[in-house]
Design a protein around this ligand. Structure first.
Ligand SMILES: Cc1cc2nc3c(=O)[nH]c(=O)nc-3n(C[C@H](O)[C@H](O)[C@H](O)COP(=O)(O)OP(=O)(O)OC[C@H]3O[C@@H](n4cnc5c(N)ncnc54)[C@H](O)[C@@H]3O)c2cc1C
Length: 123
């Protein structure tokens, strides 16, 4: 994929749209019942992402958001919700409409609780 040939930084809006698509997809693919290793990998990924994101002021704000709102790595429901809220924090700053994060994540709440119950019922 061709990004920029003139040494200019990427367009923040174009970069943002693709990045949110990726980040929401990552959250939707996170395990319903993550292992300790899954949680550590996701925490490291998000903090690395916030260091390498190629829009310096966006990255700085995302790092601040991460510090103030530790990511919900306990299961998919919490991560989907956290990602939606992180996106809403940027929407708020840019005066864009906010998503209903509880509604967006609700389907995973039941599934994550069922996965936890099934695991604890195992002999
Ligand atoms: C980590 C990060 C930080 C950023 N920081 C800045 C910044 O500081 N300044 C700046 O100018 N731009 C920033 N951006 C880019 C900005 O968020 C937008 O991506 C960009 O302005 C393009 O906006 P858009 O209206 O096309 O929709 P986007 O905000 O890119 O959203 C794409 C689509 O996602 C859906 N959506 C919207 N909100 C949510 C939500 N809460 N949860 C789930 N889905 C949702 C909607 O269908 C929307 O059309 C950042 C992007 C990222 C990934």
């Amino acid at each position: 994929m061709h990004v920029a040939s003139d040494g200019q930084p990427p367009d923040p809006a174009k970069l943002g749209r693709s990045s949110w698509y990726f980040l929401h997809a990552v959250a939707e693919g996170y395990p319903l019942r993550p292992s300790e290793s899954d949680r550590a990998t996701m925490t490291t990924f998000l903090s690395s992402f916030a260091k390498v994101y190629p829009c310096s002021y966006c990255a700085a704000d995302f790092r601040e958001h991460l510090a103030d709102h530790p990511p919900g790595v306990q299961d998919r429901y919490h991560l989907v919700r956290w990602m939606c809220e992180a996106h809403n924090a940027v929407n708020l700053k840019l005066d864009k409409p906010l998503a209903d994060c509880e509604a967006l994540a609700a389907k995973w709440k039941v599934a994550a609780a069922a996965a936890a119950a099934a695991a604890s019922a195992k002999p």
